[in-house]
Design a protein around this ligand. Structure first.
Ligand code: UFG
Length: 335
């Protein structure tokens, strides 16, 4: 019997952060990648690297998952597949617990069965809940304030149990605000519906949506709008590659914040978008959005020490420029 081919399995690899990571794994780290994605939110067209295989299936479908583990030797799982709308998670909590917490158990069971012991998890700063201190380190209390954050925290806890029982090691990567598009403009951010700030600002500039709404101008921040730590998607992708190498090198289970350590307000994002596009952003000022804390900024020191990783694309104009280039270029042809 021939030996099985070794692969990295990426769930949700056709999604926004997943597709950038798949591309980096395949094109820069030289890995053989198999993507498991049901294409509910993912885009087949976002898988542009030669040699990447797409298995179009839901991770909750044990038969499809078993098939992948039967066909390949899965060396590690990089897990992105999840729903990510905080507001929807409040009105449809079961949908979030099913997809974000329960469905990955199928993958973990297949890992246990096959002896695969490395799991990289797309977690979130939403697992911390309202900040008691800013910047937030990994030891910040985890008290999520919505089902989205809880659905991700539960999987973090399940992973801790799986390590104790089955020896599955994991890196839980707690993203702050993912943003931007690939620097060569070939793949990008395409959510439907779109709720995130930067694409909404740029779509307003393009006249696709009417004016964008600034949610609240009375926050206790210097200019009254919320502050977030915007971390470029290619930096997120490289952190996953580093996390994989860390586990392959025998690293112990850990959790790392992925942010720049620097906050930007909603007004600062709008100003940067005006510089980048050379156009005025049509804006209306509205009420606060429920559940938005005034300020979320990462203490990113631990990721630097542990993964030898830090954000490189930190200039707001470059970040927004990458999103603008994609929205006005490739997006039209690809999506
Ligand atoms: N905002 C606006 N107008 C908009 C969209 C956003 O003013 O049209 C403001 C928000 O109020 C917030 C900031 O811009 O202050 C950023 O909002 P995003 O919706 O872009 O992102 P969030 O900060 O809500 O991100 C959160 C968590 C992440 C989580 C993500 C899920 O911080 O951990 O939601 O999509 F992953």
């Amino acid at each position: 019997m021939s030996e099985k081919e070794s692969v990295i399995l990426v769930t949700g690899g056709a999604g926004y952060i997943g597709s950038h990571t798949v591309r980096m794994l395949a094109e820069q780290a030289g890995r053989r990648v198999v993507v498991l994605d049901n294409l509910v939110f993912g885009h087949r067209e976002a898988l542009i690297s030669p040699g990447v295989e797409l298995v179009e299936a839901d991770m909750a479908d044990a038969r499809s998952v078993a098939e992948v583990f039967g066909r390949y030797q899965v060396d590690a799982v990089v897990h992105f597949a999840a729903f990510c709308y905080v507001g929807e998670s409040v009105t449809e909590p079961l949908k979030y617990y099913q997809n974000n917490t329960a469905a990955p158990l199928t993958v973990l069971a297949a890992m246990r069965e096959s002896g695969c012991d490395k799991f990289i998890f797309s977690s979130t700063c939403a697992t911390y809940g309202d900040p008691v201190e800013v910047p937030m380190s990994e030891s910040h209390p985890q008290n999520p304030i919505n089902p989205y954050g809880r659905s991700k925290l539960m999987l973090e806890q399940i992973l801790a149990d799986c390590e104790r029982a089955y020896g599955i090691r994991s890196v839980r990567l707690r993203y702050f605000n993912a943003c931007g598009c690939s620097l060569d403009g070939r793949i990008g951010e395409d959510h439907d519906p779109e709720t995130h700030l930067i694409p909404n600002v740029l779509r307003a500039v393009l006249g696709e949506t009417g004016p964008m709404t600034v949610f609240g101008t009375d926050y206790p921040t210097p200019d009254g709008t919320c502050i977030r730590d915007y971390i470029h998607v290619e930096d997120l992708a490289s952190a996953h590659v580093r996390a994989l190498e860390y586990l392959e090198g025998g690293g112990a289970t850990t959790a790392c914040n992925l942010g720049t350590g620097k906050g930007a307000s909603v007004r600062e994002i709008i100003e940067a978008a005006e510089r980048v596009t050379g156009k005025e952003v049509p804006v209306r000022y509205g009420e606060r959005r429920e559940g938005d804390p005034p300020e979320l900024v990462a203490n990113a020191a631990f990721a630097r020490e542990t993964l030898d990783w830090e954000a490189k694309i930190v200039d707001l104009d470059q970040i927004i420029g990458s999103a603008w280039a994609w929205m006005t270029g490739e997006r039209k042809g690809h999506y």
